[in-house]
Design a binder for this molecule. Sequence first.
Ligand code: UFG
Length: 340
Amino acid sequence: MTNPTILLTGATGYIASHTWLALQAAGFNVIGVDNFSNSSPEVLSRLERIGTLRPEFVQADVCDASALDAVFAGRRIAAVVHFAAHKAVGESTVRPLAYYANNLGSLLNVCQTMQRHCCKTLVFSSSATVYGKPERLPIREDAALATTSPYGATKLMGENILRDLEKADPTWAIGYLRYFNPVGAHESGLIGEDPRDTPNNLMPYVSQVAMGKRARLQIFGNDYDTPDGTGVRDYIHVLDLADGHVAALRYLLDGKGSITANLGRGRGHSVLELVRAFERASGCSVPFDIVSRRPGDIDACYADPTLARLALGWQGLRDLDAMCVDTWRWQRLNPNGMAG
Ligand code: UFG
């Protein structure tokens, strides 16, 4: 029997590129599609260096129906992992139409193309952002859903579209993976998060400050209802997240039905804890100022990861120190990201 072929959209992005390697290591054939709107072709040669296999890749926009049809034609694709999406929360409030058009347009096109080619197994990159301001911690999958940004709305609407699709045609099997805060990098230091502009997220910003690329970190508020007053989040190593996709695909391809799962560690860490862990990992200091809260931020957000452990046999094993060590290696070896 030949190994199943998995199609990754947004394949050269941060989480997808790590998942590509995990799928290869698990024996899947992988084909990637990306338009490089927020990633670099250099990722492909890095993947080849790490994984030894030349990645099978098509440069295309997944909003383009005929381009996606051409990818399916002549191949037996067993499942799709749909990563491709715009993902900056702040930018989504400035360019809402671009976010709705891209994130929902691509999802609709992916599903319609899959349907035409009788491929009905899909993993959807959702996000903890669908929980909005959680009423109870840790957050279980059956918590109330609400969003506070157009980006978050595209993730929640994406889930709703897929749930309607499943209702109409129960032969679909869909994995709704709600990521908490992905950080870290491959231990080779060859791939990692590669923000084009000023990083929006904490970990890449901290690592650029440690490197001396940026002068100081701004900590957005120290008056939250948390042990040290700074925001608490559930950081998850991208390599663990990648393994979560492998586990979800196995579950779906084994015919166990659809699943909605939190992919987090279930541990909350504050901004200050992360800064201290990064200083230990890098041996560099991370100077910071406390500034006012960032609009839309919440006190604390961390997962109850029980469902993923029981149903998928998956858990986030790497701790905050490992996340910082791996981020630092990637940052040190690639001071200017993939570009240089
Ligand atoms: N923070 C700072 N300074 C910075 C950046 C962040 O103090 O320069 C703080 C934030 O206030 C927050 C914490 O660090 O308390 C984490 O912030 P991030 O921007 O790294 O992550 P968020 O939790 O705000 O958002 C992330 C993703 C979203 C996703 C969400 C899901 O960026 O896409 O997690 O929970 F929707």
